[in-house]
Design a binder for this molecule. Structure first.
Ligand code: ZN
Ligand code: ZN
Ligand code: ZN
Length: 378
């Protein structure tokens, strides 16, 4: 079984450069060994996507000396060798892989500070802790910060995925997707097929929420039949060549009443202002504040109860988060969603979402499907 959505491995030089930068940060932060298991830090550094198995896969990166990938023997053939970046160290079914990792960590020197990737299974960490007595542990945030700043190839991949979901949003807004009389689940499945048809390898989600269901931001599409004279919220995305898309558009099935048009005008203004605020050097929380201020001033503050956005890249949600309390300044290459919403429980909801990249030339929106509340005459 291959990992669908996994990108083809890049040139060895790309991984060698990423590993060198990770090591430079390890040196700055006093990290002696970096341990990466599941999750996307591993493929970011090595090109290898480990399946989430009960058998341990672990990249052991000592500050000095060879990086080694400890991997089940039966998985080793799936690794594309990256000579000079890491060595493959297969383990057999009766060996204890945690002991192998512990030994490599001990050999790397004093192994005083060990950085652990976020998605290592707890069972392996629990087994590892007593085998490295005296070690200190911390999260592997060295890779997190590198992954936030996308290079040109990564931005191109995000842009291609964004253009693909834009085409689907355009189909929705043009009335080319049958809505009235179908269930949310049917329309969700339809969006999923279109996500694949437009070039993604994986569907990550396709939220379809009609009328009062749109007041629940992560509504799971169900048997509810979509009717005339209500709002329909669609939030969908997938993974294309290793990078994610994520877009939200709402349509109104008929002529929207003034209450909806007025609220949507506020949402639209807030979203566009927050996109414009996404400039290099601006703290992430300021992007949230800009959207929230406009929505609050219009009297909807209590009805916008989630952060304004999340980072996006190899994962659909990753650092940096556009949320109060995150003072991290945006840097060139940071990619993130801007997705304020207004949710009236039991009645209706609306959200507008684009993916934006901070660049030296200003914020670059990767989604350009119409931003208005398109009314579909039914
Ligand atoms: Zn979400
Ligand atoms: Zn979304
Ligand atoms: Zn999102």
């Amino acid at each position: 079984m291959q990992n669908p959505g996994a990108s083809e491995p890049l040139a060895t030089a790309v991984y060698a450069d990423r590993l060198a930068r990770a090591r430079a940060q390890m040196r700055d932060k006093g990290i002696d060994v970096l341990l990466l298991s599941l999750g996307l830090d591993l493929p970011y550094i090595t090109g290898y996507h480990a399946m989430p198995l009960e058998r341990l896969t672990m990249l052991v990166v000592p500050l000095d000396g060879e990086a080694r990938m400890v991997i089940p023997r039966m998985e080793a053939a799936r690794v594309t060798p990256q000579p000079g970046v890491f060595e493959v160290l297969p383990w057999g079914e009766t060996e204890d892989p945690v002991e192998i990792v512990a030994r490599l960590a001990r050999e790397s020197g004093s192994a005083k500070t060990v950085a652990i990737g976020d998605q290592m299974w707890a069972r392996f960490l629990v087994e590892l802790l007593p085998r490295l007595p005296g070690a200190q542990y911390r999260r592997a945030d060295v890779v997190t910060s590198m992954r936030m700043a996308k290079d040109a190839a990564e931005i191109a991949a995000l842009a291609a995925a964004g253009a693909a979901v834009d085409r689907i949003a355009a189909q929705l807004q043009a009335g080319h997707i049958e809505l009235v009389g179908r269930t949310e689940a049917e329309v969700s499945a339809d969006l999923g097929e279109r996500i694949l048809a437009e070039g993604h390898q994986v569907v990550n989600f396709a939220i379809v929420a009609a009328g009062e269901n749109a007041a629940s931001p992560h509504h799971s599409p169900g048997d509810r039949v979509i009717r005339r004279n209500e709002i329909l919220l669609c939030d969908f995305g997938g993974t294309m060549n290793g990078y994610c898309s994520d877009i939200t558009r709402c349509v109104y099935l008929g002529t929207p009443p003034a209450e909806i048009t007025e609220a949507y005008a506020v949402l639209h203004e807030a979203q566009q202002a927050a996109v414009a605020a996404g400039t290099v050097g601006t703290p992430c929380q300021e992007v949230d504040r800009v959207a929230r201020r406009i929505i609050t001033d219009a009297g909807f503050g209590d009805y916008f109860f989630h952060r304004t956005g999340h980072g996006i890249g190899m994962e659909a949600h990753e650092d940096p988060y556009m949320v109060e309390g995150n003072s991290l300044p945006l840097a060139a290459g940071h990619a993130f969603s801007v997705e304020p919403g207004i949710y009236m429980e039991g009645r209706w909801g609306m959200r507008l979402e684009d993916i934006v990249v901070a660049t030296d030339g200003g914020p670059l929106s990767l989604n350009n499907a119409r931003h208005e509340l398109v009314s579909i005459d039914v």
